[in-house]
Design a protein around this ligand. Structure first.
Ligand code: FUB
Length: 323
């Protein structure tokens, strides 16, 4: 389906799609945007999500099935508001839904909920993952059986506020030629509900082997991590936030370092951009969102899918979302 940008559903506003293949079917785990008339701000207060719906397709061109509400914040004791971008993986027949949300003190944490079915419903753990912070969890199930979480997001995602090792809202953001903050990386325990190793920042390097700088907003990490493996290498992709692109970097190990490679998706209609990359029946697909359906309202987004071309050396052809 190259150059075909398909909206998955116009029944709900959806964003931040994590696409996964389970049982020869594509499952999509998006955020669920709630329409309201409030103002946008740099804290992301306009993204007022309360629940998750899971969607599935037999292939990228097939009808999209909405499996209904899979988890609501009323059922998660530690959550106060804003259930943002989720992800889901399967281990030994159990499905683990990872999601960020603000706790009772307004601090973003990562929670996990489990189900025996990919579409849920999911039963949440009573508390968030100990030691977790910030937003946008992605979990890599590596070929050797180990699993890793990548997560984090700047600004409203609060990643900068943890630079001292504890939460401090007043911590200055890295600026100018200071190294940019990379996403967090941690190995998950065998129970998939706790960290085996403490989260640490991933380093993303430029072509000279130097860490990307905070001022390099066209290339530095902002939010929305995803990792795909290709010919034995790890490809970390993410949103650049303020410059509204999806870009990628290549590494030899899951923990990095990663070296910047290029742009995957040009800016879309709307402020945020988020994505996932999945291989289905030998073809690569990019799932992403924009605000086309709502005519450009930032918190009323729609999930789309298009084909993705990856060359033998791992180079990804840049996608123009409107051609
Ligand atoms: O959907 C809420 C937030 O906006 C996500 O967590 C970010 O990735 C951005 O898409």
């Amino acid at each position: 389906m190259k150059k075909k940008h398909r909206i998955l559903t116009d029944r709900l506003f959806t964003a931040d799609p994590s696409a996964r293949v389970f049982n020869d079917r594509i499952y999509v785990y998006p955020s669920h945007d709630i329409p309201h008339d409030g103002e946008d701000n740099d804290n992301g207060d306009e993204y007022l999500m309360e629940d998750y719906h899971v969607f599935s397709l037999t292939d990228p061109d097939a009808p999209c099935v909405d499996h209904g509400e899979a988890l609501h914040m009323r059922d998660v004791p530690w959550v106060s508001r804003q259930m943002w971008a989720p992800d889901c993986v399967c281990r030994d027949g159990t499905y683990y839904l990872y999601f960020p949300a603000r706790d009772r003190e307004g601090i973003f944490r990562i929670g996990v909920a489990v189900s025996s079915r990919p579409e849920g419903p999911f039963t949440p753990e009573p508390d968030y993952i100990p030691g977790s912070c910030s937003i946008d969890p992605y979990v890599l199930m590596d070929d050797d059986g180990r699993s890793y979480m990548y997560n984090g997001g700047l600004w409203g995602g609060q990643l900068e506020m943890w630079q001292k090792g504890f939460f401090d809202e007043m911590t200055p953001r890295p600026a100018g030629r200071e190294p940019a903050l990379g996403p967090l990386f941690a190995e998950l325990s065998d129970d998939m509900k706790s960290y085996k190793t403490a989260p640490k920042h991933i380093t993303i390097l430029d072509e000279n082997g130097e860490p990307l700088r905070a001022e390099d907003e066209d290339r530095r990490f902002f939010e929305g991590s995803w990792v795909h493996k290709f010919n034995g290498k790890y490809y970390l992709s993410y949103s650049t936030g303020t410059t509204h692109a999806i870009v990628y970097a290549e590494g030899a190990r899951p923990e990095g370092p990663f070296t910047y490679r290029g742009r995957i998706l040009e800016p879309v209609i709307g402020w945020t951009t988020q994505h996932s990359i999945v291989n289905f029946h030998g073809n690569w697909y990019l799932f992403y969102h924009d605000c086309e359906l709502s005519g450009g309202i930032n918190h009323r987004r729609c999930v789309k899918v298009t084909g993705l071309e990856i060359a033998e050396d791992g180079t990804i052809a840049t996608v123009d979302p409107y051609r």
